[in-house]
Design a protein around this ligand. Structure first.
Ligand SMILES: Cc1ncc(COP(=O)(O)O)c(C=O)c1O
Length: 401
């Protein structure tokens, strides 16, 4: 742990050093030396936002009505449009006043929801390996996080194992866990839950009295005809669960910072209260553009998912040929692959450096998402099909030496 300045709060000591720092330094050195690094490390969308969304932002930016502070929970038209998308896509009818709130990206909403609902003495369960904020936002809020090892196997096996371990852990713990955080399609493991998972989870939430937060960032990023279910489609969900939804991935609006939380009124109300203290909401121009994306962006989101699917196919085929263990994911923007047996002993961080050195390929070490991510690598589908094929060729040649 690096030493922190004396002014640091106690909670800053909970946060580990940034694991990508060393890899970013190596990447910067290579780039400075004129080497073309093919970069799969971060799930940062690289494709452009649809033109009609940009046009709406430009129009809205010129309207002085949009220059003042907006509202912390999102303008009513935006919340209505998000509710309309849920009605159209999932058959879920939400009250835009009490069951929908806009956030400055789902990460902001999630972090502030943790602050509004969790504190010292509270216990949160989340599957591991985990997206870092699923672990650290509850910890920053003062809660204790218990990781449930998702383990290996098919998506179906993992979801059954997770339901069993949530049940077992709740029975064994006093005080009982207050919240369970799940995510599908999942970052980093690319696993998806099917329609059998959610009724089981809602049932456990009722039995053991915990709240559920479903991170649905990859709601519209799914392949081969699979449609990831919203937890809100299932009976009783609204009594126990809320769901985070983002503009970042389906419409390539990551830098615009717009997302939503939907579902349980108490959780939405608490998030609204705390956001009233922290911020004034999004830029109203972004809100207007987000309305256009939600209303008219279904085709754009489907095209984006099809592009990720093609990249997935090239990457998985190439990795399989190189001897990696990987099953093509049904959704999300990552491939989670087990490194070939002969490199497993060295640790994924060392393997990442080897890949950079020998092939100028950058990927995220599984250990960045928890100890049980060791021996796995996360590769984001953000390079073109041609560059993915080049990366595979470089890895074949570079690692053979
Ligand atoms: C699972 C998951 N949740 C949330 C986020 C953050 O999304 P947003 O841009 O809406 O803050 C990401 C971004 O990579 C993610 O992978």
């Amino acid at each position: 742990m690096p030493s922190l300045p004396a002014v640091a709060s106690a909670r800053m000591h909970l946060l580990p050093p940034y694991i990508f720092g060393e890899l970013n330094r190596i990447k910067a050195e290579k780039c400075a030396a004129g080497i073309d690094v093919i970069d799969f490390a971060m799930g940062n969308p690289v494709d452009p936002t649809p033109g009609f969304v940009i046009d709406e932002l430009c129009r809205a930016a010129r309207d002085p009505q949009n220059h003042r502070y907006s509202v912390a929970n999102g303008i009513p038209e935006l919340r209505r449009e998000a509710a309309a998308l849920y009605a159209r896509r999932y058959g879920v009818k939400l009250d835009p006043e009490t069951e929908v709130i806009a956030s400055i990206g789902s990460k902001e909403g999630f972090s502030h929801l943790c602050l509004a609902t969790l504190g010292a003495g509270d216990v949160v369960l989340t599957p591991t390996p985990a997206f870092p904020i699923h672990r650290y936002s509850p910890m920053i809020a003062g809660a204790t996080v218990v990781g449930l090892a998702a383990g290996e196997g098919s998506d179906r096996e993992v979801q059954e194992r997770l339901l069993e371990s949530i049940d077992r852990t709740c029975r064994a713990m006093t005080p009982r866990p207050k919240m369970v955080i799940v995510c599908s399609p999942h970052n980093p493991t690319a696993r998806v839950f099917d329609r059998d998972f959610y009724p089981g989870l809602i049932g456990l939430a009722r039995t053991h009295g915990f709240a559920v937060v479903h991170d649905f960032a990859y709601a519209q990023t799914a392949f081969d005809g699979f449609k990831p279910p919203s937890i809100l489609e299932f009976d009783g969900a609204r009594e126990v669960a809320c769901e985070f939804w983002t503009m970042s991935k389906p419409y390539n609006m990551a830098g615009w910072r717009a997302g939503f939380c939907m579902g349980n009124r108490d959780m939405i109300g608490l998030l609204k209260s705390i956001k009233g203290y922290f911020d004034y909401g999004l830029f109203a121009g972004t809100e207007r553009a987000a309305i256009a994306a939600l209303r008219d962006g279904d085709a754009a989101a489907a095209e984006q998912a099809a592009l990720y699917q093609r990249r997935r196919d090239v990457l998985c085929k190439g990795l399989l040929e190189l001897g990696w263990e990987v099953s093509p994911p049904k959704g999300g923007m990552f491939v989670w692959a087990k490194v070939p047996a002969k490199y497993r002993g060295m640790g994924t961080m060392a393997f990442c450096k080897l890949l950079m050195d020998k092939a100028a390929v950058n990927a995220a070490p599984g250990v960045a998402f928890g100890e049980d991510g060791e021996n796995f690598m996360r590769l984001a589908l953000i390079e073109s099909e041609e560059r993915i094929a080049t990366a595979i060729a470089r890895m074949r040649e570079g690692l053979a030496k």
